[in-house]
Design a protein around this ligand. Structure first.
Ligand code: KPL
Length: 298
């Protein structure tokens, strides 16, 4: 049987951990506070509440060399986490499933470990945390998994897909990541600046900005089509009109946002490729100002 180690008890991580545990899998939680041997988490889907009591993984080495790591940390937390896992004896051929908003997180570190098997998980599930150990799945979405560097579908994929459907394997996860990146670059900063739920972006002024964000992203990555990106952004706005995006939740809680890996990433790509990405750069700057005023200690 595969051993799954889920990093963090955030909104999404809790659901994957609970789903795998309900499927009878060997699941451990990797958390900051490792005083306890066992952690109780609660997950709710459509008002159906379930409780799981899961063992806490004490060190990366103790998880074993065949463990599959499901890493649900924010983009900016990925590098320090991986360094810590390496320090704790993460095996050389570790299998890591990574899921966060944005691009460019821990990229150099991952390149320095060519034996790691890195998989990206892109999901449209909408989840939020009612309290530290209680996560609510507000909108059931779809997930895609694929290898960062071309690799065959691993054997454990069917188990994962059966535990938390719908999950589809894709040989082109990079394209999915770029589409999700465009959605987050358009929705997150604009809804955050408006301090409102995503539905606020149905206005004409927001439309103009969304168009500009998508056009710049399609110039940075020529495999993308601005019209398609724009249509997807509007579809997600419709589907999540009542949700407060993750960036607004971060700002409200005084946490660091993922802006450096969203519009900040596009802005850096623009500089590198000598492409004008003014709207993305401006949005990144505006969010950084807001971030600093929400929590001067960041
Ligand atoms: O992924 C999201 C987020 O909030 O980070 C969207 C899709 C924008 C939903 O709010």
């Amino acid at each position: 049987m595969t051993r799954w180690v889920v990093v963090g008890t955030g909104a999404l991580g809790s659901h994957w951990a609970a789903a795998l545990s309900r499927a009878g899998e060997d699941v451990q939680l990797y958390v900051r506070d490792r005083q306890h041997k066992q952690l109780d988490i609660t997950t709710s889907v459509h008002e159906q509440i379930s409780h799981s009591s899961l063992p806490v993984c004490q060190t990366a080495a103790a998880a074993g060399k065949d463990a599959v790591w499901l890493v649900f940390v924010k983009a900016w937390q990925l590098e320090p986490l991986l360094l810590q896992l390496v320090d704790e004896g993460l095996p050389q051929q570790a299998q890591l499933i990574v899921s966060h908003n944005g691009m460019g997180a821990a990229e150099e570190l991952i390149q320095e470990h060519p034996d790691w098997q890195v998989f990206d998980l892109v999901t449209t599930h909408g989840a939020w945390r009612q309290d530290r150990y209680h996560s609510i799945l507000a909108g059931l979405g779809h997930s895609w998994l694929g290898a960062r560097h071309a690799a065959a579908q691993p054997q454990w994929f069917t188990t994962l897909a059966a535990a938390f459907p719908p999950l589809t394997w894709t040989d082109d996860i990079t394209l999915r990541r770029w589409h999700k990146l465009a959605i987050n670059c358009a929705i997150n900063p604009l809804a955050t600046l408006a301090q409102s739920s995503n539905g606020v972006l149905r206005s004409d002024s927001a439309r103009t900005k969304i168009r500009a964000v998508c056009e710049e992203i399609a110039k940075v990555n020529l495999a993308l089509d601005a019209n398609e990106l724009e249509a997807q952004v509007h579809e997600v706005i419709r589907a999540t009109a009542g949700n407060r995006c993750s960036m607004l939740q971060d700002i409200t809680a005084g946490r660091r946002t993922e802006i450096d890996y969203l519009n900040g990433f596009i802005c850096r790509q623009g500089v590198e490729k000598q492409i004008v990405t003014r709207t993305n750069c401006e949005l990144a700057d505006q969010i950084r100002v807001l971030e600093a005023s929400a929590n001067p200690q960041l």
